[in-house]
Design a protein around this ligand. Structure first.
Ligand SMILES: Nc1ncnc2c1ncn2[C@@H]1O[C@H](COP(=O)(O)OP(=O)(O)OP(=O)(O)O)[C@@H](O)[C@H]1O
Ligand SMILES: [Mg+2]
Length: 230
């Protein structure tokens, strides 16, 4: 289980996360929702170790990883799909996937499974990442994270700027990874309908704090929507 407990994060004098707590369990999807600038990406970056928290604790599979650098968190089984995808535009699809192997056990190869999940990538193996469509790049970014065989997958707005058919493919993959493969998933989203269809639990952030949280079925949908649109 991932247990983010009461973390604070500041950028210089400006406080970005205030006492944020979030959990993610194997086989479950935890959605983190919120409007622009509330701190969703900062939370994921803190989970990945790309930002240092000033206080609070991040525990993964019973280990306190709060002071682990990103590379060690990746080796501990945390996979990260950043906002805006951040694939390498001048590397081929194959090479993009291989960059993830640094965090995988020695001798690992790009697993055939990612091509079963995203068949389009097999077809475009030798194409440069930058020549893929936005939706294909998002699929590549998720596939790349999976190559390190994570047990926790954190995704930052995977539907941003993506057409509906690809959004459906991504939803299918996330559901498969959590339900069938037992992966723990933290999904940051602004697209509520997408998150609601996938999420077991939901946390809604407002200005650096978790304003509302609970089991997906138990939350007042109107209240969630208000926090996302006001
Ligand atoms: N490296 C940084 N230095 C200073 N301020 C930052 C930095 N990164 C983010 N911020 C600020 O922290 C706040 C939260 O940003 P963050 O990117 O976490 O929000 P977000 O919820 O992911 O937004 P969006 O939905 O637009 O992606 C914003 O006010 C942002 O300007
Ligand atoms: Mg963001």
């Amino acid at each position: 289980m991932l247990d983010v407990a009461n973390i604070d994060l500041s950028y210089g004098a400006s406080r970005c996360l205030r006492g944020v707590s979030v959990r993610a369990e194997p086989g479950k999807v935890t959605a983190v929702l919120g409007r622009n600038g509330v701190g969703k990406s900062s939370l994921l970056r803190a989970i990945m170790g790309l930002e240092r928290v000033q206080s609070g604790r991040i525990t993964w599979e019973g280990r306190d990883v709060t002071s682990f650098p990103p590379s060690e968190r990746a080796r501990a089984g945390i996979g990260y799909v950043p906002q805006g995808r951040e694939i390498f535009p001048f590397l081929t699809v194959q090479e993009n996937l291989e960059t993830a192997l640094a965090a995988a056990p020695r001798g690992s190869k790009v697993s055939a499974e990612v091509f079963d999940l995203f068949p389009i990538l097999r077809q475009f193996l030798r194409r440069r990442g930058g020549d893929l469509s936005g939706g294909q790049q998002q699929q590549l970014a998720i596939a790349r994270a999976l190559c390190a065989r994570p047990r926790l997958l954190i995704l930052d707005e995977p539907t941003e700027g993506i057409q509906p058919s690809v959004i459906k493919d991504i939803a299918r993959v996330i559901r498969h990874l959590s339900r069938d493969r037992g992966m723990a998933v933290v999904l940051v989203e602004q697209y509520y309908d997408f998150a609601r269809d996938l999420a077991d639990s939901i946390a809604v952030m407002v200005r650096g704090e978790v304003a509302l949280a609970g089991a997906a079925g138990a939350l007042d949908e109107a209240a969630v929507r208000r926090l996302l649109t006001v």
